[in-house]
Design a protein around this ligand. Structure first.
Ligand code: ZN
Ligand code: ZN
Length: 154
């Protein structure tokens, strides 16, 4: 991979970082970066080298090109304003998880997951970790699993 430009959190402007290098680089394969301040997660389909994930994210991206609410968030990867939709992932047993508000860019294949939203869905009873690093890594792992599940926009 070539040099990466610094991307900033659309919520608080903090420079986004990659997950821990000690873990597998599945995170970087999936084009995932997180914000050390709010532990939100940026996903970029262009950076995904896993074809299943890439295919899925590109389909998700299409949903942001049609009708959905505009937000004031600047896309970290291009000049567009991001848009917001509710997305529902399905558990393996077919039941729905709680809907998540997902921000997406209508132009490039970029998505933003707020950490609070993610935490609420993947482990509603757990308190977030005190260190943002551990919290971010826990959420990155959760999101990696989540993204492989079937989903629908509501
Ligand atoms: Zn942030
Ligand atoms: Zn964009």
């Amino acid at each position: 991979m070539g040099p990466i430009q610094t991307l900033c959190c659309p919520r608080d402007g903090t420079a986004l970082v990659r997950g821990h290098a000690t873990r597998s680089d599945a995170f970087t394969d999936h084009g995932m970066l997180h914000c050390p301040t709010c532990t939100g997660i940026l996903l970029n389909a262009e950076a995904a080298t896993n074809s299943i994930t890439e295919e899925k994210l590109k389909k998700m991206h299409q949903a942001f090109q049609t009708d959905c609410e505009k937000t004031d968030l600047d896309c970290p990867c291009c000049d567009s304003k991001m848009r917001v939709r509710q997305i529902v992932f399905k558990r393996i047993n077919g039941t729905d998880l709680e809907p998540i508000e997902l921000d997406g860019c209508p132009e490039c294949n970029t998505f933003w997951f707020d950490s609070g939203e993610l935490q609420r869905v993947v482990s509603p009873d757990d308190e977030p970790y005190e260190e943002s690093d551990r919290e971010a890594n826990a959420l990155l792992m959760a999101l990696e699993l989540l993204i492989l599940l079937p989903y629908k926009f509501v």
